[in-house]
Ligand binder design. Structure first.
Ligand code: ZN
Ligand code: ZN
Length: 70
């Protein structure tokens, strides 16, 4: 697969949307791997600090409501 931006061979794929990106165009963004509640009922998140991000797909910090799926 080639880079979404420059069409040279890609080194990775965006964790959010799957677009391929080369080393030159890759960006990094924290990514929440999992959400859970601890024994006290506090919401916790497992986060990778430097996930591969394509720079295009604009992942939102908060889940987006999708009323059209109802
Ligand atoms: Zn590129
Ligand atoms: Zn992406």
């Amino acid at each position: 697969m080639n880079c979404w931006h420059c069409e040279r061979p890609a080194h990775g794929a965006c964790i959010f949307c799957g677009r391929a990106v080369c080393r030159e165009h890759v960006q990094e963004m924290p990514h929440i791997v999992a959400l859970y509640r601890d024994a006290k009922g506090n919401q916790k998140a497992v986060v990778t600090a430097r996930a591969v991000f394509c720079g295009v797909c604009e992942p939102r910090e908060d889940p987006v409501e999708m009323p059209e799926l109802k």
